[in-house]
Design a protein around this ligand. Structure first.
Ligand SMILES: Cc1ncc(COP(=O)(O)O)c(C=O)c1O
Length: 455
């Protein structure tokens, strides 16, 4: 058990082999879940195995079941790549094995989270002094922000939810756009508010919340209310009109939350910042570092303007906040956890403010280039206004669109994933990886052309 050098050298070699082959391997896995299960299945062995042999066995067995999402031609779902510096910091994070819950137990991890959090707030032009929780992803960032929101809006209504729970509490309305991400609904369920607490507002053809309808909905209700806006709709990449919507929400006393899982980063780019006008006037923002920032999984960020609201939801001793910096445990649902701040810090330290803007601009420019290339293919229609990183396209019939998607996955050159938009089948691209080059866009367009021609 005490041969760390030999074992970690082997792990390094296997990781390097994977990275070296990333550009060449089929992007979609060649083996599915059932094949992988069969490959791994069997009883727990009675006897152990040499650790290096274990790593070899693991790497060989997983190979056909790995997705090439860290590579340059993965455009499915919204899955970021990984910057080498963030992978390196992530390896060190495992090696150091710090428990980032408490500053006394893990002072370096705690300090790095504070500083990386400040850098993020600065880069994203959010209010200085906002509290930042390092969570697993956008889902838990939405949950954490909405937990803070629930705490704050109920406190304003004279109800201490931490003490009294939700039985007999004033009903909280959660006002959402029709095209919100599903994780908002899930977070609302986790919070015990129930799906029925959601009040839906009409969205436009790009998935942006209709501000007139928002005004109407808010005018017809009473009691504690949270408005959820979105920076980056998952299909279209569109941004809600924060400059119009936030003041309306404020007029009705709402807490304003923004789900910006991948889109929030537009605020870091002078070229794309216009999409986020008015964003900083909200109360909370959820985003992912494992998407646009290209940090390895899992890395999400819950940002809350009022630190007391986040600590109110999760704090062990909320009075820690007075005159000092609270323990990380006060900003997230977990207690013991991985020191996620190291990889985020390393990505930001390596990119700097300018590099971050370049990264955002690169992803957006790549999406535009992809749309322009796809548009040249006979029968392909680009469905959305390409304003950020998302591109949706389709063929004239749903059947052909779906078949195109299946054949593209089998082709292996690239990955785009299917969806339904306004009742029609589409294929979606989310450009999220730093390493996608013009040549990768060309190879992707060529693959789509090949598949469409053969349909
Ligand atoms: C807009 C939006 N919100 C939330 C999420 C959930 O993020 P995660 O998968 O990191 O939990 C996503 C994921 O794609 C998203 O696009």
């Amino acid at each position: 058990m005490n041969d760390a050098g030999r074992v970690l050298a082997r792990a390094h070699g296997l990781a390097q082999d994977f990275l070296d082959g990333l550009d060449e391997r089929p992007v979609w896995p060649r083996a599915g879940f059932e094949e992988m299960l069969a490959a791994f299945d069997g009883p727990l062995p009675d006897e152990g195995l040499d650790p290096v042999a274990v790593l070899d066995e693991l790497a060989v067995t997983v190979d056909t079941g790995l997705t090439g999402n860290a590579g340059p031609r993965f455009f499915g779902f919204v899955v970021g790549g990984h910057l080498p510096v963030a992978v390196g910091a992530d390896w060190l994070t495992s090696t150091w094995d710090q428990n980032a819950g408490l500053n006394s137990l893990a002072p370096a991890a705690g300090a790095v989270e504070v500083v990386a959090g400040r850098w993020l707030v600065d880069a994203l032009r959010l209010p200085a002094g906002s509290s930042v929780g390092f969570v697993t992803g956008g889902m838990m960032a939405n949950y954490s922000c909405l937990a803070a929101a629930r705490h704050a809006v109920l406190a304003r209504a004279g109800w201490d939810v931490a003490k009294r729970g939700l039985f007999d509490a004033p009903r909280v309305r959660i006002v959402v756009g029709h095209h919100r991400h599903d994780t908002i609904d899930r977070a609302v369920r986790y919070l015990g508010l129930g799906q029925d607490a959601l009040v839906e507002v009409v969205s436009d053809d790009q998935g942006r919340i209709d501000v007139d309808d928002l005004t109407r909905v808010l005018a017809h209700g009473e009691g504690p209310v949270i408005v959820c806006l979105q920076g980056g709709e998952v299909h279209t990449g569109a941004f809600d009109d924060f400059a119009a919507a936030v003041p309306v929400a404020r007029r009705y006393g709402a807490w304003v939350h923004v789900d910006g899982a991948f889109g929030l980063w537009a605020a870091a780019s002078p070229t794309h910042r216009h999409l986020t006008l008015g964003l900083a006037d909200a109360d909370s923002w959820a985003t992912d570092a494992h998407k646009t920032l290209n940090v390895p999984y899992d890395s999400g960020l819950a940002i809350v303007r009022d630190p007391a609201a986040l600590a109110g939801a999760f704090g062990v001793h909320a009075d820690y906040l007075i005159g000092g910096i609270a323990d990380p445990v006060e900003r997230v649902p977990e207690f013991s956890r991985r020191a996620r701040g190291f990889a985020v810090w390393a990505a930001l330290r390596s990119l700097g403010r300018d590099g971050l803007a370049v990264l955002v601009d690169h992803l957006c420019a790549t999406a535009s280039m992809l749309a322009q290339g796809l548009e040249q293919i006979d029968d392909i229609e680009i469905v959305n206004h390409v304003v950020s990183t998302q591109v949706m396209f389709r063929l004239p019939t749903d059947d052909r669109t779906a078949e195109m998607g299946r054949r593209l996955l089998a082709d292996g050159t690239c990955v785009v994933t299917p969806a339904v938009w306004h009742g029609r089948a589409v294929q979606r691209c989310a450009v999220s990886g730093w390493s996608t080059s013009e040549a990768d866009v060309a190879a992707t367009v060529a693959a789509v052309r090949r598949v469409v021609t053969a349909l």
